[in-house]
Design a protein around this ligand. Sequence first.
Ligand code: CA
Ligand code: CA
Ligand code: CA
Ligand code: CA
Length: 476
Amino acid sequence: MRSSTLKHLTLGCAVIAAAGGIGFMRRLPAPKPRASKFCQVRVEPSKRLAVAPTTVAERPESYGFIVKYKRTAKPSVIAQMLEQMSVRRPRRYPNLPLLAFGMCPESDAGATDAFLERLRKHPSVEYVEPNYVYKIGDTRPNDPDFAEQWGHFNDGQPIKGGQRGTPGVDAAVLAAWDVTTGSRDVVVAVIDTGVDYAHEDLADNMWVNEGEIPDNGIDDDGNGIVDDYYGYNAVGNSGNPMDDNGHGTHCAGVIGAKGDNSAGIAGVNWDARIMALKFLDANGRGTLNDALECIDYAIAMKQRGVNVRVLSNSWGGGGYSRALEDAIRAANANDMLFVAAAGNSGTDNDRLPHYPASYAVANVLSVAALSPDDKLAPFSCYGKKTVHLAAPGVDVYSAVPVSVFGQGYKHFSGTSMATPYVAGAAALVLARNPALPVKQLKGRLLRSVAPVAALDGRLATGGRLNIARALGVRGE
Ligand SMILES: [Ca+2]
Ligand SMILES: [Ca+2]
Ligand SMILES: [Ca+2]
Ligand SMILES: [Ca+2]
């Protein structure tokens, strides 16, 4: 993985140098936390590791690709293919035989990877690659605490200032960012304790209800909730989903803390929009009714045209509820992925179901927690049939409300933290492929896992989330 990243970098510099003159690459410029049910909170102060700030990002030429034609391909056949597939702006590199650049047609912009796959299958084509994005010097964002995020990129660095993980055991987020760093067009709803929407690393990535004028005491959009600007608070039946626990904010940070803004951390998505749906109170407890209200709210917004495609659910407990299952089915019918924490009781969900992760609905994706040495976390539930994959869930560093913790970032452990890794991955895949239906979205996340010996026979895929592979990056 490291070597392939380096390879990309080297190639990137070459491409930038070669193409710079002819316009191929565009330059654009602590109070004690209350433990919630699903999160094993550690309270030791964290040691911040500094990463040298990097320079300006190269912005992707959206939906572009590089193709290599076969030696045997006839120019007339290639020309015909380009026309038939409506490739935009096809160009050759004068001194790089058989290589060419092109852009997906506008009509395929919602399914970029599917388009590239079709192109790849053409008899004249040897290979196709996305138009990778590079930065001068390094692909890392300039967020000062990025090195704490072993789940994004694990180079064997010390975690929490202590033990080192195993290099390469991560969700391959850094390599995924060569393809996309997210999109504000994708909305992820965090159904949890609320979100600190004023947090320095979240404020810019919050979803806002365009139909609502905040803080004027009026239900401007007439949905029955006054001033529901950032989402909904089902506990207080109000429009204010501020987080009074910290758990929901931590999850939101993993999904979409603003990246490359010289502050804090980088979410799996540098850019995204987080909808805050609060149904767990300050102690991390909530009711079925309030959970249903949150799912209902997300569906209502979806039907109003808000692009809510992912529901992140780091909670669980209680028995089987037919009503909750029906609500998840409704979310599925509305093309929403329901990512759910497998649970922290260290038990087999195949034998002892853990809801909502164990509902047998097509859009449910159940997530176990992985440690930095590539093992299932001891607390993590598992299940060969019913738990799908593992994602980083031990000592995950993310945002928390200063009002609760007296500091803005903390390490938490739990399947709660692994869940937003997968929700974030789904959002990143959707940033590049907005039209991907939920069934294919889930299938892609499951198919692209990296196999892990310790997970074999314990999880349905036997693997670790690999976001780069989910985005078509090879060699990860
Ligand atoms: Ca309203
Ligand atoms: Ca209002
Ligand atoms: Ca309520
Ligand atoms: Ca940041």
